[in-house]
Design a protein around this ligand. Structure first.
Ligand code: SF4
Length: 266
């Protein structure tokens, strides 16, 4: 019951009491009742507000060494939210996610399946500030930063999450399993399909990982081309970029060509 509804009920009860008692309406003080409905957090939140808070945040020790926090970037209604581990040196100096060599490869990976941070993706990390010497973020740092990621997810409502690398995959799925066992399989995170794959920096280090990463990306594209839970194919789900073509139905295989565009990336 809202504050207004409670106020109306109290006024009605007062009125009934007056007429049953004296038969006249008595003087009453105005009721002041706070509206105690649970607030729709996403409704009053915004990506800009989150980014501002991230830039000012000192909730964990990573704030001490950062030059620029990296809240994330992309469109506000993405098809896919890409979640990585944390900013590196290039990201720390620019305040933007995935802009170094690995970031350029990530952009190419996404483009190969018709995804782009400027049109249908949002890219963020589990920690928004750079861990020193590019070490893995620690559990307390991931936990301190998690509310920002939760708020971003609540606003973005992506059709799918693509985790790149072991750290974000383990953090979101709450598992200690390695990325080579987790990649290429769909999981769910808060009701959103989640597909793990290798981090692009791993592909730069090990050419042999490009083939399985491409298989993962084809799976993601096939899923995005399948009808959603209401039986609709989002208009921005189909299209043709690179070797990606057509609209298919997700069945574990895809309508994407088998030419591996990542083979040419280095
Ligand atoms: Fe705050 Fe996250 Fe940066 Fe830690 S990593 S200081 S929690 S924004």
């Amino acid at each position: 019951m809202t504050g207004d509804e409670k106020k109306q009920l109290l006024q009605f009860l007062d009125l009934a009491s007056d007429f049953l008692g004296t038969g006249y309406r008595g003087e009453r003080e105005e009721y002041h009742i706070d509206d105690d409905r649970p607030r729709d957090v996403a409704g009053s939140d915004s990506l800009e507000a989150i980014a501002e808070e991230v830039r000012a945040c000192q909730a964990c020790k990573l704030c001490q060494g950062r030059h620029k926090a990296v809240p994330g970037e992309g469109v506000s209604q993405p098809l896919v939210m890409v979640i990585g581990e944390g900013p590196g040196a290039d990201e720390d100096s620019t305040g933007r996610p995935f802009v170094g060599r690995a970031g350029q490869l990530l952009d190419k990976m996404l483009a190969a399946i018709n995804l782009d941070r400027n049109t249908n993706c949002f890219i963020a990390n589990v920690v928004k500030c750079r861990p020193p010497n590019n070490r893995d973020p620690e559990q307390d740092e991931i936990a301190a930063c998690a509310p920002f990621l939760q708020r971003q997810l609540a606003l973005l409502k992506p059709r799918a999450i693509l985790t790149v690398g072991r750290v974000p995959t383990q953090a979101l799925l709450g598992t200690a399993e390695g990325i080579s066992r987790l990649r290429g399989r769909f999981f769910e995170y808060q009701g959103i399909p989640l597909l793990p794959t290798y981090h692009p920096s791993a592909l730069l280090r090990d050419e042999g990982l490009k083939r399985p990463a491409w298989e993962d990306l084809k799976q993601l594209r096939a899923f995005l081309n399948s009808p959603d839970k209401d039986g609709r194919i989002p208009p921005h789900a189909s299209g043709a970029v690179g070797s990606v073509s057509g609209v298919g139905t997700y069945s574990g295989t895809s309508s994407i060509g088998n030419t591996d565009p990542l083979e040419e990336q280095n």
